[in-house]
Design a binder for this molecule. Structure first.
Ligand SMILES: [Cu+2]
Length: 425
């Protein structure tokens, strides 16, 4: 028994050699990070952590970095959206932003906003309240008057306050659910599948729902941008971590010229090869996410905060999906669940949200809605992206409509099976 433990320890130490990860030429010399920070869900930060973050953001704003990120993103927008560059470019971009903030405070990590759990009624999220990122624009100029950027005057593309204009007036149309994202992660066997499944759905809906500056190509001037893209990057990182051997350096699909991509392509606007950003914990990618850390079992702090360490048995949400969906439908939308309870990281989206109330035994509490409230728990359909925005992103309208159709099919199947989402109240 003791020998086994030692052998296991060695295997973990030399993970790369025993795991068979195909490391592309050049990537083997990218060093492991000396220090790794944890990106957490914004609502789980302590008041001190949130204050430290906003102080660093305010300092970066004063030094005109916010305008710079808006300017830079708008310059490269045409080539980094609607194709395989999307996930790797934004991973590098948001990491550069984090590095800038760390010049003001080396301990600051940018939080993510798991906006999927707010998908039913995004305008109601506390993250869009005065404590965090502020809400809808108001007045003739549509200015956001509270939160981190409540008093900002931006200079790119012209002198203006931070603008937002919710796409349904005072509310925001439904976004994409944790159930949808979980399905995309389980169904994506290639990098290109994952990019296509996320970009014009989970990602695009947030830009369009908030609109104003978020609906433009200089959207990084809105502080929502970085917290949103951290969450998109988290989905990518979790997808990679489910099968690290195969997916860490998996890169396929085409670029904006329809040419096949390779891991040695430079990240747009830099000389950094794509392989340098693919493996988190290496090179300049000195971060992880709380949910990944939790699934890997290194989660003492998370457990204290009420997030389960790992999925020992399927959560009530996963059980519901597995038991209620007809086997054919389950295999179609949740292929991992069809085989068993699924990998802890695939369960995370529906099972390990830091926001779910936790029972005393640490298992996510799931309260069935009262039987007389028929609509409670029923999933709303995500709203469609406008043609013009899809074209601005360099994506094909037909492809996005097909993607939306598949998202509607998931909602339809879940509702038909009488699935009740804990994120729908
Ligand atoms: Cu972008």
């Amino acid at each position: 028994m003791k020998f086994l433990k030692v052998a296991f320890g060695l295997a973990a130490l030399f993970g790369d050699f025993v795991s068979g990860m195909a490391v592309p030429p050049g990537a083997e010399s990218v060093p492991v990070c000396k220090k790794i920070g944890v990106r957490k869900e914004v609502r789980s930060l302590t008041p001190t952590e949130w204050q430290a973050y906003t102080n660093a953001v305010a300092a970066a704003y004063n030094d005109k970095w916010i305008d710079w990120f808006g300017f830079y993103h708008s310059r490269v927008a045409d080539v980094v959206h609607g194709n395989s560059h999307f996930l790797v470019f934004h991973r590098h971009f948001i990491n550069s932003y984090e590095n800038i903030l760390q010049q003001y405070n080396p301990n600051v990590m940018v939080p993510y906003w798991n906006m999927m759990v707010d998908f039913q009624n995004p305008a109601n999220s506390t993250v869009l309240g005065s404590k965090y990122l502020g809400g809808n624009g108001a007045g003739t100029n549509g200015c956001v008057g509270s939160g981190v950027a409540g008093s900002w005057s931006l200079t790119f593309t012209n002198n203006h306050c931070l603008n937002r204009a919710y796409n349904n007036g005072t509310t925001i149309n439904s976004w994409y659910s944790p159930e949808y994202a979980t399905s995309v992660l389980q169904r994506s066997n290639t990098y290109a599948d994952l990019r296509a499944g996320i970009e014009n759905s989970v990602h695009g809906a947030v830009h369009l729902g908030l609109d104003g500056d978020m609906g433009t190509m200089h959207s990084p001037v809105d502080p929502v941008f970085f917290l949103h893209h951290m969450n998109i990057d988290r989905l990518y990182a979790q997808w990679q971590a489910v099968k690290p051997d195969m997916r860490t350096y998996m890169y396929d699909g085409v670029d904006s010229n329809n040419a096949p991509v390779t891991v040695s392509d430079p990240i747009t606007g830099t000389s950094v090869p794509v392989y340098e950003v693919m493996r988190i914990g290496y090179g300049n990618m000195c971060y992880t996410y709380d949910t990944i850390q939790a699934a890997n079992g290194d989660a003492g702090a998370l457990v204290k905060r009420g997030v389960r360490k790992c999925v020992k048995r399927p959560s009530p949400v996963v059980q519901q999906i597995v038991q209620q969906l007809p086997p054919k439908v389950l295999a179609q939308f949740y292929p991992s669940f069809a085989k068993g309870p699924g990998h802890p990281l695939e369960n995370e989206m529906v099972a390990l949200s830091p926001l779910q109330p936790m029972a005393a035994d640490g298992v996510a509490a799931f309260r069935a809605p009262p039987p007389n409230e028929n609509m409670r728990g029923r999933m709303p359909y995500p709203s469609a992206l406008p043609d013009e925005w899809i074209r601005m992103q360099g994506s094909s309208v037909a492809e996005v409509r097909a993607l939306e159709k598949s998202a509607y099919d998931i909602v339809c199947a879940l509702n038909k099976a009488n699935y009740l989402s804990p994120y729908v109240v």
